[in-house]
Write a protein that binds this ligand. Structure first.
Ligand SMILES: [Zn+2]
Length: 237
């Protein structure tokens, strides 16, 4: 596939001349002014949200693949990490505060949107929701549902990349290799931003505590976090 077949551009966005030539599948050059444009793969972060033995799927409210099911997540903004993009997207789409994402796998996806083909590179993470009682469908989704991974009808999934990630998740779950990032029971009631603030003081290097003098009042809570939770599961900002 040539790049200009993907985007159907006819004029140079810099000089306006109609003399474009595809370099390869990812770039074109303007023969008039020399401008080169790269249609790079976009970064996406997606979450498998564990709720006991179920996970959350969303029903897409917009094209592409409107009405089909997908794992929640979205595109990474400028100056944003994959993990912070995922946490932001899950807050925006589902009103959910989740535990620190644990990396699962990556894959690619092809989207056709308004006659332009886009490619993305998707990082999948496993997260746990502290409390889903306030979850609601916002933004790009119509609804969400809780399903057992083995009961998912793959023909209803919008994206092949979700199938790949769910396959990996189910295989690792069978082998007991999905790390449980569930926050300990006493911390479930704590609302953002308190918990991320506490978690930011626990580091994997020390499995101990870093604290500033002004934050000493948090020390009992930090000690409790260290004692009751594997710090690696709640790390790190
Ligand atoms: Zn030009």
């Amino acid at each position: 596939m040539r790049m200009l077949d993907c985007v159907n551009f006819k004029y140079c966005p810099r000089c306006g001349e109609p003399h474009l030539r595809s370099n390869d599948a990812q770039s074109f050059v303007c023969l008039s002014c020399g401008f080169t444009y790269y249609h790079s793969s976009a970064a996406v972060a997606v979450g498998i949200i564990k709720c006991d033995d179920k996970i959350i799927l969303t029903k897409r409210a917009r094209e592409p693949q409107k009405g089909l099911l997908a794992l929640p997540g979205g595109f990474v903004d400028y100056r944003e990490s994959l993990e912070s993009a995922l946490v932001r997207e899950l807050q925006e789409e589902l009103n959910l505060t989740v535990t620190t994402p644990n990396y699962l796998c990556s894959h690619w996806e092809r989207y056709l949107f308004r006659d332009v083909v886009y490619f993305s590179t998707i990082a999948f993470y496993v997260v746990s929701a502290n409390d889903i009682s306030n979850a609601k469908a916002n933004d790009d989704i119509d609804a969400f549902l809780l399903v057992q991974p083995n009961d998912i009808d793959y023909s209803k999934l919008a994206f092949e990349s979700d199938r790949v990630a769910l396959d990996r998740y189910r295989r690792l779950s069978l082998k007991g290799e999905i790390r449980d990032a569930t926050v300990c029971p006493w911390a479930r009631g704590m609302m953002s931003p308190q918990l991320p603030l506490l978690a930011s003081y626990v580091t994997p290097e020390t499995e101990g505590i870093k604290y500033a003098g002004s934050k000493l009042k948090l020390l009992p809570y930090i000690l409790r976090l260290v004692r009751e939770v594997n710090p690696r599961t709640i790390a790190l900002t």
